[in-house]
Design a protein around this ligand. Structure first.
Ligand code: ADP
Ligand code: MG
Length: 697
C-alpha cells in the first residue's frame, strides 16, 4: 500500500465524527493520506527538562507543586482561575481561561508535570498557554494518553475549533492503523545508499519521533522522496517533449549560417564567448528534429537580444518566420527598431505589431505576414491575436518570459506547427528554481558581460540628502550624459502605479510621484536640461517620440515610473536615480539599475530612501549596494520573498511539496535530480510506483 492510496475518509478513524471532519476539511484534509501528510510545523521537545527560572529562553517543562488558588474577576461576572505553582527554581502562576475545573483537579499540594510558555506580567512569571497533568504517586503522569510527559510532540497548523490535542490523537490513531502496511516509494537502492528510513518508519517518526536524531532522519527521508519524484516528473516532461530520446540530444555541428555570419561581420564589436556558446546551443537545437524549448539566462545587459536575433536568422535562413514577443510596447518597439537597423541590410524583412495600430496599416501587415512577406515580427500580445496568421512560424522568442502566463505562451506557440521556443528571462533565475519550475527546459546561461563595461557605482542616500544626488547628476549631464529618475507613483494620490510590486503599492501616502517631480526637476533642479515624462498612461505616440528623442540624446532626463524597468537600452545614459527605492523589490531594482552601465562611461545608481526602513527594506538596499551580480541578487530575492512570489512558479509541481524546500534543500535537490535522471536514463518508463500501478490497470 502506498501512502497516496489511503483514500478512505478520515471518518474511519475513531473520534473523527462529522464535526471534526468539517474542521479537518478546512485544512484540506479529507482522507487518511491527507491527514498523514499534514506535517507538523514544528516539534516541541518535552524530553528535555527546562526549569521555571529559564522561562525566558524557551518553553518550560518541569515538575511543580500547586501552592494556592485565586480568582480574577472580570466584567459581566466572569471569573478566571489563577493557580500558583513552583518548582525548585522559581514560582509562577497559571491563568486558566475557561478551565474552572482545574480547581478541583489540582488542589494545593498536588505534584504536577507542566509544559508551557511563560512571560513576565503584573509582577509574576505567568502563562495562559500551558498543559498540566498531575503526577501519580509513582512520579509518572497519571492521565491516560497524557502528553505532558511525552517526548517530542508535533505542533500542527490548526484551524478554529480544532485542538492540537485532538489532531495529535487522530494522527496517532491513523499511524497505528495504517503506517505498518506502507510500502516504500523511493527505490530501495537509494534508501540503502543514503541510510534513509523506510516509508513506514519515516511517516511515523515525522509525527512522533523518538529522538531528535530520528526526527532528522525522518525529515531527510521524506524531503528526498519529494524532491526525487518532483525531478522524475520534470525529467519525464522533458523526455516527452523530446519524444523519448533521453535528455541529451546528440549535438550536431553548431556552425553559424550565412545570415548569422553576415550579421556578426556587420557588428562594431565581437560577440562574447557566452553569447557564442548560447548561439551554438540554439543552432544545434534548431537543427535537431525535436522542437527547441530553451531558456536563455543572462544578467541584465549581457546581450540576450542579439542572441535572439541570431536565433531568428537561423529560422529565416531555413525559410521560416520568427515572432519576437515582448511584454510592453516600449520594449517591442525598441526590438523592432534595432532589428530593422541590424537585419534589414541583410535583406531580412521586419514588422512591428501592436494592439493599437490603425486598421488599414494593420490589415496590410497581416496579409504580408500570412503571405510570408515578413520574416520577423516583433510585437506585444498582438502577435497572437485571433486574426493573425503566419505563413510558416518556425521560432517563437519570448522576451521577459515571466511577464507572460502559460496560456499566452501557448497562444503564440499555436500560431505555428510546433515551432522552436526560446524564452529569455530578464533577471537570472536562482538555480533551485531553474531545476524545478523550469526543470524541463534546456538552459543556456550567458555568464559574461560585453567587455569594457564598468561596474555601476551604487550609492544609498537618505531622502534628506537628495540634493547631493542632484548636484552630482548635474555634473554628469554637463559632461554630456543622460539620466533616469524613477518614482513609485505616476501622480500624487494615484495608487494606480506602474509598479507591479505590492510593496510599492502598499501605501502611497507622502510618496514622490513622476508627474509633479518632473515639473520640479525641470523648473528648479535642472533648468536648461531638456526633460521628459514617461509612464504607462502617456499615450503611445508621445511615448515613442520621447524614447526616440532620449535615444538621440535630445532629451537629457527621463522622469519615469518603473516602465523603464524592462529592456530600455540607451548606452549614453549613465545615471539612474531611484527615489523611494525602499518601495521596490530586488528584481525591479536590479532591472532598473541595469538601464545604465551599458556604454563605456562610468555609470551610477542612486538609491534614495525615506526612513524608517523596514528590516526587509534595509536588506534589499544593502544587497543592491553589495553586489551587482544578478544571480546573487536572485538568490537573495528568493530568500526574502519565498518561491511563491517568484515568477512562473505556480505552473510547477512545486506546491505539491510538503516538507522540502528547494531553496533550503538545494543540495539534496541537485542530488535528487541526478538520481531521477539516471533512473530515467536506464528505464524511460520509470515513474512513481503508485503511477505505475494505476497505469497497469
Ligand atoms: P539584455 O541581456 O539585458 O537584454 P541587451 O540585449 O539589451 O541586454 O544588450 C545590452 C547592450 O549591449 C546593447 O546595447 C547591445 O547592443 C550591447 N551588446 C550586446 N552584445 C554585445 C557585445 N558582444 N559587445 C558589446 N556590446 C554588446
Ligand atoms: Mg533584454
Amino acid at each position: 500500500m502506498f501512502l497516496s492510496e489511503l483514500v478512505q475518509p478520515v471518518t474511519v478513524l475513531k473520534g473523527a465524527g462529522p464535526a471534526a471532519a468539517a474542521h479537518l476539511a478546512r485544512l484540506g484534509i479529507t482522507t487518511v493520506a491527507d491527514l498523514l501528510r499534514h506535517y507538523p510545523r514544528e516539534w516541541e521537545d518535552r524530553s528535555r527538562r527546562v526549569p521555571m527560572k529559564d522561562w525566558n529562553s524557551s518553553a518550560v517543562c518541569t515538575d511543580v507543586t500547586v501552592l494556592a488558588h485565586d480568582w480574577i474577576f472580570g466584567r459581566a461576572r466572569t471569573k478566571t482561575l489563577k493557580i500558583y505553582v513552583e518548582d525548585e527554581t522559581a514560582r509562577a502562576c497559571l491563568i486558566c481561561f475557561n478551565q474552572p475545573w482545574l480547581q478541583r483537579q489540582l488542589p494545593p499540594g498536588t505534584r504536577c508535570r507542566l509544559y508551557g510558555n511563560f512571560s513576565y506580567k503584573y509582577g509574576d512569571i505567568q502563562s495562559t498557554d500551558f498543559e498540566i497533568e498531575p503526577l501519580s504517586a509513582h512520579g509518572a503522569p497519571s492521565a491516560e494518553g497524557g502528553f505532558v510527559a511525552a517526548g517530542i510532540l508535533p505542533v500542527y497548523p490548526l484551524t478554529e475549533g480544532l485542538h492540537q490535542k485532538s489532531l495529535r490523537k487522530l494522527t496517532r490513531l491513523a499511524l497505528d492503523a495504517f503506517a505498518p502496511s506502507l510500502q516504500n516509494e523511493l527505490p530501495d537502492s537509494i534508501i540503502a545508499r543514503d541510510r534513509l528510513l523506510s516509508k513506514s518508519a519515516a511517516i511515523t517518526a515525522v509525527h512522533f519521533p523518538a529522538s531528535q536524531g530520528e526526527l532528522a532522519q525522518a525529515k531527510q527521508t521524506l524531503i528526498y522522496e519529494e524532491l526525487f519524484f518532483l525531478e522524475v516528473m520534470v525529467g519525464r516532461r522533458a523526455m516527452a517533449r523530446k519524444r523519448g530520446t533521453g535528455h541529451d540530444v546528440q549535438r550536431v555541428s553548431p556552425a553559424l549560417n550565412t545570415l548569422q555570419q553576415n550579421l556578426l561581420n556587420r557588428l562594431p564589436f565581437s560577440i562574447t564567448s557566452g553569447q557564442a556558446a548560447a548561439v551554438a546551443e540554439i543552432n544545434a537545437d534548431m537543427d535537431s528534429p525535436y522542437p527547441m524549448a530553451r531558456l536563455l539566462q543572462g544578467d541584465v545587459g549581457s546581450g540576450k537580444t542579439l542572441v535572439s536575433f541570431l536565433a531568428a536568422l537561423k529560422a529565416v535562413q531555413g525559410g521560416g518566420q520568427a515572432a519576437l514577443l515582448a511584454p510592453t510596447e516600449l520594449l517591442a518597439r525598441q526590438h523592432a527598431e534595432s532589428a530593422a537597423a541590424l537585419l534589414e541590410p541583410l535583406g531580412v524583412r521586419i514588422a512591428f505589431l501592436t494592439g493599437n495600430m490603425k486598421t488599414a496599416g494593420r490589415q496590410q501587415l497581416l496579409s504580408a505576414l500570412a503571405a510570408g512577406e515578413i520574416d520577423i515580427a516583433a510585437g506585444t500580445h498582438a502577435l497572437f491575436s485571433q486574426d493573425v496568421t503566419y505563413r510558416n512560424l518556425r521560432l517563437v522568442i519570448v522576451d521577459e518570459q515571466h511577464r507572460f502566463g502559460v496560456i499566452q505562451r501557448q497562444a503564440i506557440m499555436d500560431k505555428g506547427d510546433t515551432p522552436d521556443l526560446l524564452m529569455m528571462s530578464a533577471t537570472p533565475i536562482p538555480r533551485s528554481l531553474a531545476m524545478t519550475v523550469f526543470g524541463d527546459l534546456d538552459i543556456s546561461v550567458i555568464r559574461d558581460l560585453p567587455p569594457g563595461r564598468k561596474t555601476i557605482k551604487t550609492h544609498l542616500k537618505m531622502q534628506s540628502n537628495v540634493h547631493d544626488v542632484y548636484d552630482f547628476v548635474r555634473g554628469e549631464l554637463a559632461a554630456g550624459h543622460q539620466a533616469y529618475f524613477v518614482y513609485p507613483l505616476i501622480e500624487a494620490g494615484d495608487d494606480d502605479t506602474d509598479v507591479a510590486d505590492t510593496d510599492a503599492r502598499a501605501n502611497s501616502f507622502g510618496l514622490k510621484d513622476a508627474v509633479s517631480m518632473s515639473r520640479h526637476l525641470a523648473q528648479n533642479v535642472f533648468p536648461g536640461f531638456p526633460l521628459a515624462l514617461l509612464h504607462s498612461k502617456v499615450d503611445d505616440d508621445e511615448k515613442r517620440h520621447t524614447m526616440e528623442a532620449f535615444r538621440r540624446g535630445e532629451i537629457k532626463i527621463l522622469a519615469a515610473t518603473s516602465v523603464v524597468e524592462v529592456g530600455v537600452d540607451v548606452p549614453n545614459a549613465n545615471c539612474m536615480v531611484i527615489e523611494h527605492a525602499e518601495r521596490f523589490g530586488l528584481a525591479a531594482l536590479h532591472q532598473m539599475r541595469g538601464r545604465v552601465g551599458r556604454g563605456h562611461a562610468q555609470s551610477y545608481c542612486f538609491l534614495v530612501y525615506a526612513s524608517p526602513l523596514t528590516d526587509d527594506g534595509k536588506t534589499r538596499l544593502n544587497v543592491m549596494r553589495e553586489t551587482s551580480d544578478g544571480f546573487v541578487i536572485a538568490e537573495e530575492d528568493l530568500k526574502l520573498r519565498g518561491p511563491g512570489q517568484v515568477a512562473g512558479v505556480e505552473q510547477s509541481g512545486y506546491f505539491a511539496l510538503g516538507l522540502a524546500d528547494p531553496v533550503r534543500d538545494a543540495e539534496e535537490l541537485a542530488r535528487a535530480r541526478a538520481d531521477a535522471f539516471a533512473m530515467l536514463e536506464a528505464n524511460p518508463h520509470f515513474d512513481h510506483p503508485a503511477n505505475l500501478l494505476s497505469a497497469d490497470n
